[in-house]
Ligand binder design. Structure first.
Ligand SMILES: Nc1nc2c(c(=O)[nH]1)N[C@H]1C(S)=C(S)[C@@H](COP(=O)(O)OP(=O)(O)OC[C@H]3O[C@@H](n4cnc5c(=O)[nH]c(N)nc54)[C@H](O)[C@@H]3O)O[C@H]1N2
Ligand SMILES: Nc1nc2c(c(=O)[nH]1)N[C@H]1C(S)=C(S)[C@@H](COP(=O)(O)OP(=O)(O)OC[C@H]3O[C@@H](n4cnc5c(=O)[nH]c(N)nc54)[C@H](O)[C@@H]3O)O[C@H]1N2
Ligand code: SF4
Ligand SMILES: [Mo]
Length: 760
């Protein structure tokens, strides 16, 4: 089928990390979205969100042109793009010229990775001299990136399960049957898990909830929230004690094995069992099973990172992979090699040791970490950096694809802090709980009007592939492409003004990419003529030209050498269903860029943090511990305005074990009050045996009761905002990541279910 069939468009679904191939067909009854059966990765798989992409795009509550808010009256009005950009320029001038660069802050949300223009130009706009760079990375995966940077040298060097060839998979704190996977691009992950088992393999899920993923696994093991590092330490201890360590191919590449063994000596399975909630014999058995499996992979995700021992747990997950000889090995965990901007490859130049830690934050001295680009400050420190007077106080904020009022801990505090800003700009298609504080809201266009390439997620894909998505429809008169929005904003921030040509900045950006490559020893383009490369990049501009540059200079590219085979943007453009670049291949030692050039098994900062872990061994908890969950039909705080996804029963419920429910006098259907020192929340009770006693679960992203927003359907079923209960004063001390899991709360009856008094 040609790309140019007027009624059919193919595109990569931008809504989650699975990056499924979609087929979008205009029929006489409307638009139909199905899975692209010829996509080399997803092979026809799609989920209800992908199937609702057109509905989401056509949502009448989406903002179509810039909105300006009048501070005095609070009224909002639609404005032209020109007026909006000129207002931003005027309002930011005193901040830009005030001699305090930290007065300007950025907050990048999860929306950023789903648009290719965000990945390049959004960050370009953010490359200002401010230290106040924030984002959802530090309510999410920062600990994993910090652990991998310390062990392997680069924060993008995250080994992922080679699931299609593996014999054993241990999953901790992830529920891909609902989330479709994260830091692990493998569309239809639940089907891949089923196939692994059909091949005779084994899948074990370790989670305080018996999740949908656990339902399709061989075994489920309950674990206390934040117990993972202790549990994994017990497994590692077993591997050493029972002489099961077998590094296989990694043997010549590791450093500090003896130190590692020593620092884990105290964490015997018997010693950790009580605190992590997993019996010692189970810990030993799982360690033995992994060591004995022909190949095995341990995969941990959100539940293992958004907790007080996030970096330790992330480290230990890969230690189990390494010590059982499963790193960089078929069927184990492997490092992908993406076609575009694989930042950790020596093919793209000498890999210098990565500077991971930046200056600590101003108010509480929390770490800032370089995990994507620039040093990111922990999201949990955003409110205090706005509230606390002095040099460096945030006075202006730019948010991009983010809704931190609902997604960041201590929502009430952030909401209040936002009212004290001098100026706020948001780039987002919705007037939501956060963007309603913006003085100017710039709407990103709907997905079908966007070009796309999932550059970020291909760095964590279980098979190497490349797939380009052209616009499925042209931009409408009022719409501006993301590239233009960011480039104009970047011009303003640089002092070039609202009228400067955005494409001049694009030109100088591409020139800087070429200059960097040709001057970097070891890069495929080292020593090449700048003009020759720029000429070959030809008349394209924007993300297409940047992608052409990265593809051609990347590991599969033609290196701009005539007559040489290799990937180019043109080749990709012609491949309607994408280009399959094959299964993952071993990358040791090419991937390593630590100071020693080896895998650092026992980095000092991690070993030192074990003292904190030891203190958790004897901790006693009185209350219930809160964890989250995700549902296939939701997407963090957004997509709750799409009817087709919101059908069915309420999903924002309090899941509680019947034993705990009985002790607190609540039952299914009651409205419970969930509370702690920080706040309280009223929410419907759902009793279920699938949750561990002592633990409750509430999903995040709800609480759509703010009358100032424009998400009318979401408001009909607002749900409660769990982040009213999650404190922002703590964080994982190594990565600065938020602690979302394991927050202590109490549950009491607020209002009984109407029928309970009649005894039904
Ligand atoms: N308690 C608790 N809190 C959590 C979590 C949890 O599990 N429990 N999960 C955490 C995690 S993992 C994350 S990633 C964060 C997410 O936190 P956020 O990134 O703050 O939240 P999202 O709801 O994903 O916000 C995405 C925003 O992008 C906008 N958007 C959609 N499409 C586009 C587009 O094309 N362009 C632009 N510019 N914007 C777009 C949406 O309207 C929405 O406002 O939440 C975190 N918060
Ligand atoms: N449908 C849908 N898909 C999504 C999203 C969405 O909102 N909806 N969000 C996207 C985003 S931003 C992300 S980051 C990914 C996340 O993808 P996943 O990592 O799969 O996230 P969750 O589905 O929240 O699963 C986390 C699991 O951790 C468990 N857990 C909580 N605390 C602990 C703990 O201390 N230890 C252990 N072992 N487990 C624990 C929870 O019970 C839950 O089952 O999903 C992405 N995909
Ligand atoms: S799984 Fe993710 S990428 Fe695939 S269709 Fe659903 S939302 Fe889109
Ligand atoms: Mo996330």
């Amino acid at each position: 089928m040609s790309r140019h069939d007027a009624n059919i468009a193919y595109r990569t679904c931008p809504l989650c990390e699975a990056t499924c191939g979609l087929r979008i067909e205009q029929t006489h009854t409307g638009t139909r979205v199905t899975g692209d059966s010829r996509d080399p990765m997803s092979r026809g798989y799609l989920c209800p969100k992908g199937a609702s992409l057109v509905r989401s795009d056509e949502d009448r509550d989406r903002i179509e042109q810039p909105l300006i808010r009048d501070r005095a009256s609070g009224e909002r009005r639609a404005a032209s793009w020109e007026e909006a950009f000129h207002l931003i320029d005027r309002a930011l001038k005193p901040i830009r010229e005030g001699g305090d660069p930290d007065a300007l802050a950025f907050y990048y949300g999860s929306g950023i990775a789903h648009t290719i223009a965000n990945v390049y130009y959004g960050l370009l706009a953010g490359s200002m001299p401010t230290n106040n760079l924030f984002g959802s990375s530090t309510v999410d995966q920062a600990p994993k990136q910090v652990a991998c940077a310390l062990m392997f040298g680069h924060p993008m060097s995250i080994p992922i399960p080679d699931i299609d060839h593996g014999d054993y998979l241990l999953i901790l704190g992830a529920n891909p049957a609902q989330s479709n996977g994260s830091l692990f691009t493998a569309p239809g992950l639940a089907n891949r898990i089923r196939r692994l088992r059909q091949r005779g393999g084994r899948v074990v899920v370790v989670d305080p909830r018996r999740t949908d993923t656990a339902e399709i696994a061989d075994e489920h093991v309950f674990i206390r929230p934040a117990g993972d590092a202790l549990f994994l330490a017990g497994m590692l201890n077993t591997l050493f004690a029972e002489q099961l360590v077998n590094l296989r191919e990694a043997t010549p590449h590791v450093e500090s094995l003896a130190e590692l063994q020593k620092c884990l000596e105290a964490f015997t399975p018997e010693r950790v069992a009580q605190a992590c909630g997993v019996p010692a014999p189970t810990i030993r058995r799982l360690a033995r099973d992994i060591a004995a499996a022909p190949s095995a992979a341990v995969y941990g995700r959100l539940g293992t990172t958004t907790q007080e021992f996030g970096t330790l747990a992330s480290w230990m997950i890969d230690l189990v992979n390494i010590l059982t000889g499963n790193l960089d090995r078929r069927g184990g965990v492997m490092f992908p090699l993406a076609a575009v901007a694989q930042a950790n490859s020596r093919l793209l130049g000498r890999q210098l040791p990565h500077r991971l830690f930046g200056p600590p934050t101003r108010v509480r001295g929390a770490p800032s970490v370089s995990i994507v680009r620039g040093f990111e400050r922990p999201a949990v420190t955003l409110a205090e950096e706005i509230e606390t007077p002095g040099r460096g106080r945030i006075r202006a904020l730019i948010t991009v694809g983010a809704n931190p009022v609902l997604t960041r801990p201590n929502s009430a505090r952030l909401k209040h802090a936002l009212t004290s800003l001098d100026f706020m700009v948001s780039i987002d298609p919705y007037l939501n709980e956060t963007t309603r504080f913006a003085d100017v809201l710039l709407p990103s266009p709907p997905d079908l009007a966007k070009e796309h390439y999932p550059a970020t997620y291909m760095q964590w894909s279980t098979r190497n592939q490349a797939r380009w998505t052209p616009r499925s429809r042209p931009l409408r008169e009022n719409e501006r492409c993301d590239s233009e929005i960011y480039l104009r904003l970047a011009n303003i921030l640089r002092g070039a003004g609202a009228d400067a040509d955005p494409w001049d900045l694009d030109q100088s950006y591409v020139e800087s990419l070429v200059d960097e490559a040709i001057s970097q020893e070891g890069h495929r383009l080292f020593g090449r003529a700048r003009d020759d490369i720029l000429a070959q990049l030809g008349p394209r501009r924007g993300v297409q030209r940047i992608l052409d540059f990265y593809l051609r200079s990347g590991p599969y590219g033609d290196a701009f050498e005539s007559g040489r085979d290799g990937l180019t943007f043109t080749a990709l453009e012609n491949a309607t269903h994408g280009i399959d670049l094959g299964p993952l291949q071993p990358r040791l030692p090419e991937i390593l860029s630590t100071p020693s050039g080896k895998i650092e098994l026992a980095p000092d900062v991690l070993v030192d943090d074990l003292a904190r872990l030891s203190e958790a061994l004897d901790r006693h908890v009185d209350g219930l511990l809160l964890v989250g969950r995700r549902h296939m039909r939701s997407n963090n705080s957004w997509m709750h305005n799409v009817d087709s996804l919101m059908r069915g029963k309420d999903r924002c419920t309090l899941q509680i074990n019947p034993v705990d429910a009985a002790m607190r006098g609540v039952e299914s259907g009651d409205i419970a009050r969930v509370s702690n020192d920080l706040g309280e929340l009223l929410i419907e009770v759902e009793e279920t045996e699938t949750i561990m006693p002592g633990v409750i679960s509430i999903p995040h992203g709800f609480g759509h009761d703010d009358p100032e927003t424009r998400m009318d359907r979401a408001k009909l079923r607002p749900g409660g905002n769990v982040n009213l209960l999650v404190p922002d004063d703590g964080c994982d001390p190594l990565s600065g990541n938020a602690i979302l899991s394991g927050v202590e709360v109490e549950v009491t009856l607020a209002a009984p279910v109407p029928h309970s008094s009649t005894g039904s």
